[in-house]
Design a protein around this ligand. Structure first.
Ligand code: BT5
Length: 270
């Protein structure tokens, strides 16, 4: 068992939010914070409750992929109770990507960018992944959502495999020093509440506008990998529901709801 490094008391003292993170379950080791948050959500924990762990033994990404979650990382889940149809779940992921990217920029001065749908990158390498899961009623309305966010905060990259080191980055490695975990986490939760309030006020279009500004890959040539198919095209935009719009070589537009996107050739800027 590892020791706890996150100081929840310090967070509680400094956190300026009304409901996000007012209740924090801080665990030494879990399978996945999303598992714990889903259980707590089912038991009626209030909106804004956060579950954070030092280590995850079965951290997961989309489609059952593994999320490597060693010590030093920020592995947490937020329970939300939005009025939302399940088909709009991606909106919460896009919102959370804006939250993480903006916090990295403002709190640490690094230039973070977003890759559709759920990655935050620093200098083209993944520092954060987001996994939003929901439980729904028969009509498809969301009972509650769990937004799981994994940030390679003070992760030592030597614990990653060679292949993961080629695509991943940590904030510590990028800065050459440990980040102040508690102050970063407070800033993140405050921003989360700000954007989630906007979301609940029906202002997703404003969040999407910010998302576009952070999504440097828009306008670039990408490869899109679906479960059973791959194709190339130019990433044009995201629509109101968070789907990616890709222009194929023959000029037709194709909408993608769930996929992996790899950058092929970056659009020339300026
Ligand atoms: C994701 O999936 O990026 C979503 C990751 C969500 C993690 C959080 S941590 C808190 C909560 N509890 C959980 O169990 N999950 C959430 P996806 O887009 O499918 O990307 C998965 C891929 O990212 C893997 O197949 C690896 O290639 C790569 N990967 C795994 N661990 C990584 C890490 N720590 N940093 C960067 N890349 C990683």
């Amino acid at each position: 068992m590892s020791e706890k490094t996150l100081k929840v008391e310090k967070i509680k003292k400094n956190l300026r939010t009304n409901y996000i993170g007012i209740k924090i379950h801080h665990l030494t080791e879990v399978t996945s914070t999303n598992d714990v948050a889903k259980k707590l959500g089912g038991e009626g924990e209030p909106e804004g409750t956060v579950v954070i762990a030092e280590v995850q033994t079965k951290g997961r990404g989309r489609l059952g992929r593994k999320w490597i979650s060693p010590r030093g990382g920020m592995w947490f889940s937020v329970i939300l109770r939005p009025k939302l149809h399940v088909k709009d779940t991606t909106k919460l992921t896009l919102m959370s990507a804006v939250v993480v990217a903006q916090t990295i920029k403002e709190n640490l001065g690094l230039s973070a960018e977003i890759k559709w749908p759920n990655d935050v990158l620093v200098r083209g390498r993944k520092v954060c992944g987001i996994l939003t899961e929901t439980t729904t009623s028969d009509n498809g309305n969301v009972n509650f959502a769990v937004v799981g966010i994994g940030i390679n905060a003070n992760v030592d990259l030597t614990v990653f495999s060679d292949s993961l080191r080629a695509t991943a980055m940590s904030l510590k490695a990028e800065l050459g020093r440990d980040i102040d975990i508690e102050s970063f986490f407070c800033a993140l939760l405050e921003k989360f509440e700000h954007y989630y309030d906007m979301f609940k006020e029906g202002k997703f279009n404003l969040i999407l506008a910010e998302w576009r500004g952070l999504a440097r890959f828009l306008g670039s040539l990408v490869e899109v990998a679906l479960l059973k198919e791959k194709f190339e095209g130019t990433a044009v935009d995201v629509d109101q529901n968070g789907a990616l719009i890709v222009r194929l070589k023959n000029g037709t537009l194709r909408k993608v709801v769930s996929a992996d996107v790899t950058l092929r050739k970056l659009r020339k800027h300026g």
